[in-house]
Design a protein around this ligand. Structure first.
Ligand SMILES: C[S@@+](CC[C@H](N)C(=O)[O-])C[C@H]1O[C@@H](n2cnc3c(N)ncnc32)[C@H](O)[C@@H]1O
Length: 164
């Protein structure tokens, strides 16, 4: 039985929430997640429960709708991340400041800061090497990155698909 202590799991799943996150509209990317305060590398910034669609349901229905711009590949089908998980915009591999891991057993995605993030920055994940929209990036072009930056190693590739 719960004693009402915050953080107590009692068989449930704790969902720590960062009060500094906000939804803002980027002129080219649409809605996105921004932070009002600095975030330290390694911080768990968000946990999204997911809504799972099996392959049949997704191929018959979901993929013909806007859902197709929001779903993550998942064991057995595709998953819609609830909460802020569907609001993270994309930066190419190596420029994203948020990583994510799927917890298939619990039906959750955990989002973690990959580096220190400054107040006012947008929190972006990498969707993978191929995107279906014209990509807009705020990243400066003179930092040794290029839009065509690709994963160099097998580990990079797995990270890019968020398999590790
Ligand atoms: C998972 S949604 C992210 C939330 C979305 N911006 C919204 O307002 O609902 C993915 C969509 O966001 C947009 N998007 C994400 N990253 C982008 C980027 N770097 N450049 C342009 N559009 C982007 C694309 O329209 C894409 O289909």
């Amino acid at each position: 039985m719960s004693t009402g202590v915050i953080g107590e799991q009692s068989g449930g799943i704790a969902l720590p929430a960062l009060g500094c996150l906000e939804l803002r509209t980027h002129p080219l990317r649409g809605r996105g997640v921004f932070t009002q305060s600095p975030i330290i590398k390694g911080t768990l910034v968000h946990i999204s429960p997911v809504l799972l669609f099996d392959h049949a349901e997704y191929s018959e229905h979901g993929k013909h709708t806007k859902l197709d711009h929001y779903t993550y590949c998942w064991q057995g089908g595709f998953a819609l991340a609830l909460g802020l998980g569907s609001m993270f915009n994309h930066e190419p591999f190596g420029r994203e400041n948020i990583g994510f891991t799927r917890d298939m057993g619990a039906g959750l995605i955990r989002y973690t800061a990959l580096r220190d993030i400054a107040a006012g920055e947008e929190l972006c994940i990498c969707y993978g090497p191929n995107v279906w929209f014209d990509m807009a990036t705020d990243a400066p072009s003179d930092q040794g990155h290029s839009d065509s930056q690709q994963p160099q190693t097998a580990e990079d590739l797995l990270q890019c698909f968020n398999i590790v």
